[in-house]
Write a protein that binds this ligand. Structure first.
Ligand code: KIV
Length: 273
């Protein structure tokens, strides 16, 4: 049983996220990639579950999110959706499925919605991908924006360091955030930017901002599940708070199982037919 009590058991919608911002209720978002974890995360009371393309790192073992394909995202999203009753399920559009051509972007978003039954898509970038976002929004598909550190552009940035420290980049981020709101995005992820900038953007927008490494002035927070549960111990940025040490719990359990099998202790008389 979760330590958090769900006060409002109704299904979370994009509209309810705006209402949460209006009444100052923070939005809790976490990634998930499979049915069993999505069920636990939903039952704990998470507001938004992101089927992140971080699956590329934590599920597939890649060093970047770039190799993720549309088919792989749909596979993960389908599994997550089956485990979720209350949370809003947002699915990342993977690299290469929306940047080139807005018709292709719409076709990719439609496949995600039709095949996975996810409820919204997330797209990285601002003015550069405006046409793709607009076309997807026109088809009635809710879009969550993603600004700041956008991991699909890691080869352009060349580093995972904090973004928008310089005035020019900060101003572009503010302009992009206002543009995303104006064309109809329902929320924006702000990744790894100075806390002051994230607070300023959040105060200027009527749609919610969800921060990761962006301080406490955003309207919500998101983390990667494997990082916050301590499964992925090799990743320790300053912004990450670890809520469990599952790597140690799992390692202990595995060691005990191997020992019990090898000593003949498992199975015992009551564990057989
Ligand atoms: O893919 C992902 O997990 C994300 C979050 C880090 C926001 O985009």
């Amino acid at each position: 049983m979760s330590t958090y009590t769900i006060e409002d058991p109704r299904k979370v919608t994009t509209r309810r996220l705006t209402e949460m911002k209006q009444r100052g209720e923070k939005i809790a978002m976490l990634t998930a990639y499979d049915y069993s974890m999505a069920k636990l995360i939903d039952e704990a009371g998470m507001d938004v579950i992101l089927v992140g393309d971080s699956a590329s790192n934590v599920m597939a073992g890649n060093t970047t999110t770039l190799p993720m394909t549309l088919d792989q995202m749909i596979y993960h999203a389908k599994s997550v959706v089956k485990g979720v009753k209350r949370a809003l399920v947002v699915v990342d559009m993977p690299f290469g499925t929306y940047q080139g051509n807005s018709k292709e972007a719409l076709a990719s978003a439609i496949r995600i919605m039709k095949e996975s039954h996810g409820e919204a898509v997330k797209m990285e970038g601002g003015s550069e991908i405006r046409e793709s976002i607009e076309r997807i929004l026109c088809a009635g598909i809710p879009v969550m924006g993603h600004l700041g550190l956008t991991p699909q552009s890691i080869n352009k940035f060349g580093t995972y360091a904090v973004r928008a420290r310089e005035e020019a980049e900060a101003q572009k981020l503010i302009d992009d955030a206002l543009m995303l709101q104006e064309i109809g995005c329902f929320a924006i992820v702000l990744e790894k930017i100075p806390a002051d900038l994230a607070r300023r953007v959040s105060e200027q927008l009527t749609i919610p901002t969800i921060g990761i490494g962006a301080g406490h002035g955003t309207d919500g927070q998101v983390l990667v599940m494997h990082d916050m549960l301590g499964i992925n111990k090799g990743f320790s940025p300053r912004f990450l708070r670890r809520y469990a040490d599952l790597a140690t719990v799992i390692d202990d359990a595995l060691g005990n199982y191997i020992t019990d099998v090898k000593t003949g202790d498992f199975p015992n008389d009551s564990e057989q037919y």
